[in-house]
Design a protein around this ligand. Structure first.
Ligand code: CP
Length: 317
């Protein structure tokens, strides 16, 4: 297996099956630190730089919390407008990371341009972690989701997935790539205009993903062991910031997971994931049902980032 030390985490297309399990193993080892709300000194000599060109609650703060749990330091920006990349100069990714690499030992970047973290990785001498790039990928989120499935169901292979939402979404791309390494058939449900591109479907086929597409969640929910939902009422992920203007509309029933649907149609032991934030596609009364696992997913988001930081910084092999 390739070493994780010094490695960029840009895409799940890069991940081999045994590498997933290695990350999950380290996450399981480190999990008690987060569960017991302790901090350790594993990364006490290291600093994380956060370079966020797009808003985030979970991805940035989970990486920061993970670094703090492991005794490291954190610096960075959460709004590029306060940097030279976001003012008159429009400083390039290259020039920016050529600075950031001296401010810390690993950089987590979120950007509205697909491929920006890969561009940063070309120039940085420290590992770059992709925290979401445009409509590209969101590898650390899907690592979190796969780890959540492993913890909640005791296995990944052999489970049937249902993914509902906007298939342009970066999480959906990382999910498809990730599942190519497991025995997991998946059904995608998305509106016209938000379907998987032909190019993406071609790639999934090339990598051996067992997938199909249907029109309505009711056509697939009864078979699903894992239901992963994203909004279809979405901002434009290619913008640095997309403010809500006026009424944005409601989610059609085809793409909504309600309590009634779960009670009447879902498997009794299925689990429901959502990377969040949500609109109305999962109403709040689903939160207290036995299917929901998104708060567990949020906790695992910190644990997963602890594992990734420890691995890419060479604190564990
Ligand atoms: N799940 C996720 O990426 O959330 P944020 O946009 O808040 O980081």
């Amino acid at each position: 297996m390739r070493s994780f030390a010094g490695r960029d985490i840009l895409s799940l297309k890069d991940f081999e099956r045994n590498e997933f399990f290695r990350v999950f193993e380290i996450a399981e080892e480190l999990e008690p630190i987060a569960r017991n709300r302790q901090n350790t000194d594993l990364l006490k000599e290291k600093t994380l730089v956060t370079a966020f060109y797009q808003p985030s609650t979970r991805t940035r703060l989970a990486h920061e919390a993970a670094m703090i749990r492991l005794g490291g330091q954190v610096t960075g920006f959460s709004d590029a407008k306060m940097t030279r990349a976001g003012d008159f100069y429009q400083e390039s990714i290259k020039d920016t990371v050529k600075m950031l690499e001296f401010y810390g030992d690993v950089i987590v970047m979120r950007h509205f341009q697909q491929g920006a973290p890969a561009e940063a990785a070309k120039w940085a001498s420290v590992p770059i972690i992709n925290g979401g790039d445009g409509w590209g990928e969101h590898p650390t989120q899907i690592l979190t989701d796969l780890y959540t499935v492993l913890r909640e169901k005791g296995r990944i292979d052999g489970l049937k997935w249902l993914a509902v939402g906007d298939m342009r979404m970066r999480t959906m791309h990382s999910l498809g790539y990730g599942l190519t390494q497991f025995d997991c058939p998946i059904t995608f449900v998305s509106p016209e205009g938000q379907r998987l591109s032909e190019e993406m479907k071609g790639e999934f086929k090339d990598y051996g993903l067992n997938f199909n597409e249907v029109e309505h969640v009711e056509q697939a929910i009864a078979d699903a062991d894992v239901i992963l939902v994203e909004p279809v009422v979405q901002p434009d992920y290619t913008k640095s910031r997309d403010e809500r203007e006026g009424d944005v509309g409601l989610t059609p029933a085809n793409y909504k997971i309600t309590k009634d649907l779960l009670v009447n149609k879902a498997k009794s032991d299925a689990i429901l994931l959502h990377s969040l934030p949500r609109m109305d596609e999962i109403p709040p009364n689903v939160d207290i049902t036995r299917w929901s696992r998104y708060w567990q997913e949020a906790f695992n988001g910190v644990v997963m980032r602890m594992a990734l930081l420890a691995l890419v910084l060479g604190a564990t092999e």
